[in-house]
Design a protein around this ligand. Sequence first.
Ligand SMILES: CC(C)[C@H](C(=O)O)[C@@H](O)C(=O)O
Ligand code: SF4
Length: 470
Amino acid sequence: MGKSIVEKIWEKHVVSREEGKPDLLYIDLHLVHEVTSPQAFSGLRMKNRKVRRPDKTFATMDHNVPTVNRTQINDEVALKQITTLEKNCNEFGITLAGLDSPNQGIVHVIGPELGLTQPGSTIVCGDSHTSTHGAFGALAFGIGTSEVEHVLATQTLWQTKPKTLKLQINGKLSKGVTAKDVILYILANYGIRFGTGHVIEYCGEVIQNMSMEERMTICNMSIEGGARAGLVNPDETTFAYLRNKEYSPNDDKFEQYVEYWSCFVSDEDAVYDRVIEIDGYEISPMVSWGTNPSMTGKVDGRIPTVDQFDTELERDSLRRALRYMALEEGQKIEDIRVQHVFIGSCTNSRIEDLRSAAEVIKGKKVHSEVRALVVPGSQQVKKLAESEGLHQIFLEAGFEWRESGCSMCLSMNEDVVPQGEHCASTSNRNFEGRQGAGARTHLVSPAMAAAAALYGHFVDVRELVVQEVV
Ligand SMILES: CC(C)[C@H](C(=O)O)[C@@H](O)C(=O)O
Ligand code: SF4
């Protein structure tokens, strides 16, 4: 019987196994950020322990860094977390991409772009969106702060073997439909719990045709479907991306690595605990209208009505979400007005995301009632975008062009959506208060966010594409 990539990576990393207990897994890469690491380092210090593999540990600061005047940190908690991370990295000998580093950025953007994220490896970080790295065929998952301490001290982690879910996306995507729409469509159709206890293996023609950045967007949001992680089998696209990255294997060893990485690809006859198939042609540009990522619909559709649901629980959760969002049941999604647009986050802040938004707004102006921000995922993305002149396109249209970080994805810095206002956001979570107390988030693709910035409400980006051709 064949094996799936998850089983192959797992078997390669088990250090110790005992009947009835979780397995002890070896961890190849531990990524660290300022929010979930302070107590872990304090724990080490109290027990007088060292970091076992500082060379397999890499840190950056992203969650609460300012995106303007980066050296001027006004928030006390943020300042404390940032200086604590600097001190900890210094003391424990860990490489840090700090605020003055050209490699600084959102932890899930910089791992891949530096070539730290590699196929067949186990990757952890005290952050739920670690699933992003699965795009490279790595088993990558978020861990809690006590586990961060365990990994720092031992380079291993106790884990129960997850179940496997094969999610095959057949056919092609229509023009104007992006990776973000694919994952939002999946969440809209299967809910926020369908992946519980599983690692999702994304495959099929749509995934094969995607760039690494698109695959990252999909794997990133696996966690919103409850999954432990999400991944894609490594292929030529993966290997091409990894060539010449700072921490990728050198040229002379690269082919050997490609051979090694290829061993992890799922066997044709691999068996999965669950299989889901969807059709790429069915997917439209999507907009979330509610307070979790599954409360999402097609841009040319309507918000559901209460009588469409069978149980009182579902009807209640719809009513509650609509009350928070100040929207009506049955309302047309295109009629939802937005006052803010945020292009950024580990879901959609890479160069292809910025290019796709820039293409929509080029030569046009942001609507007079909209405030729009672009926050590149990393300093490298920012620099590349500037070398292509994308920042000019954004600035001329009336967008603000910021420094890299998590920013308005969770508003731990000063980038906050005011109470009661709506934001078209390329991030991954739309929970109550996520972008500020009383803020109302709508999850969309970068192209859809850009279009909303121009019109002040949601518009079907496919129609813009068609109009331009005509
Ligand atoms: C701060 C961190 C623990 C958190 C996470 O784990 O996801 C954050 O990144 C988020 O997106 O909500
Ligand atoms: S960008 Fe958002 S989702 Fe990603 S790590 Fe930062 S806060 Fe979490």
